[in-house]
Design a protein around this ligand. Sequence first.
Ligand code: HEM
Length: 422
Amino acid sequence: MSENAPRPDDFDFTDPDVQDCPYEAYRALRDQAPVYRDPRTGQYVITRFDDLRQVLLDTENFGNGGRRAVDPAALSERQRRMLAVYEEKEGWLPEPTLAARDDPNHRQMRAMFDKAFRPGKIRQLDPFVESTANRLFDAFIDEGRCDWVRQFAVPLPLIVIGHQMGVKEEDIWFIKRATDAWVRRFGQMLSEEEERECIEAEIDAQHYFKKVFDRLREEPDDTLLSDLVNTEIPEWGRTLTDGELQAEMMSDTFVGGSETSTNAIAEGVRMLIERPDLWAQLKSDPDAHLRTFVEEVLRLESPVQVLGRVAINDVEMHGVTIPAGASIGTRYAAANRDERRFERPDEADLERKNPMAHLTFGAGVHYCLGAPLARRELYYSFRTLAERVDELWFAPEKNDFRHHPHMFLRALKELHIEFRPA
Ligand code: HEM
């Protein structure tokens, strides 16, 4: 390491510029402070591949916060005011999601979700994903240009997950308003007034979803949501309550299942324009290269940059004692570029051996439930692009390549492209 190399403290992860391009910061942390106590957030940030994998697999020492809902004693005045909005507007207070539970409670709930999202069921969605991708292309292909984020990367996953979660296609932009609000709030960069507006948008969506739950209880169908609404968890002796379902709709399925895939679909196209050799390779033989390309996009541009764990016991790593109760930052995106694990980690390589061995979807018991669906969405997005477009480039002077400011997710705001149709 050179003497002039930047130091971990030079970077502020709450700064939108660092969020826009965090890779230099990640390298500094991996090299100099693999267990880094962030002075601004108090979090212990893990950035090396092997360390992160160890944390994710070690559920004895690292939990997801238990199944406790918010502890009223620990709330700030502002948090109390925000929770009161749910009561005022007759919404459902946030319940612990699947992702926020620990075993045995998590295992019991996850078994039911695994059954709903079983591989055979997800495979059946292929024709719908592919035809949706083509339909979206039909709307702009003749113009030779589009905002790839707004006209493709956002609607595709939203329509696919909406179709499975009881949301009609004409209503997806109404739901998007609520998921955007949820994501902004999760990003922890809002004023109180803005946060209140976000909660109100979430509550509007809750009222919409409540009608869907009631309908599916009366008339079950073959959607994923119908299974989630109607399947009893044997150990609990009951199905999920409206409040538990509401939490899953917003955070685990709509946000978890659309904002994330959107970001990868957007960054993948940016990557193809920046690297014409990749585009040429993909075009020459999509069957040979598409699956690896999807994995390289996921590894290099991890849509979920970081989530968290809570230390259950005191744990020592790299000479740092992480005290019980401390919050851990699981920087998937940093681990995915760890030179100790990957050769030429910053480069997309369509010949990479074992391309699925990244941590973009986590690892262990909380491994992303939607990974097979996300992979299909990316696959059909890039496949349709390769089939319907011969050449593509950035629209001149229209892109600043900025991302939405966010502590956890990395999402391009827009991506204006032009192309020559096939
Ligand atoms: C590119 C797209 C996606 C990315 C990058 C992503 C990433 C992640 C990550 C990092 C986790 C946490 C893993 C851990 O804690 O170790 C997770 C969990 C989860 N994801 Fe995804 N996800 C994506 C798509 C989806 C989709 C399409 C769905 C559902 C339709 C989904 C639903 C979930 C759920 C329910 C969990 C919680 C699982 C549990 O705690 O047992 N995700 N995802």
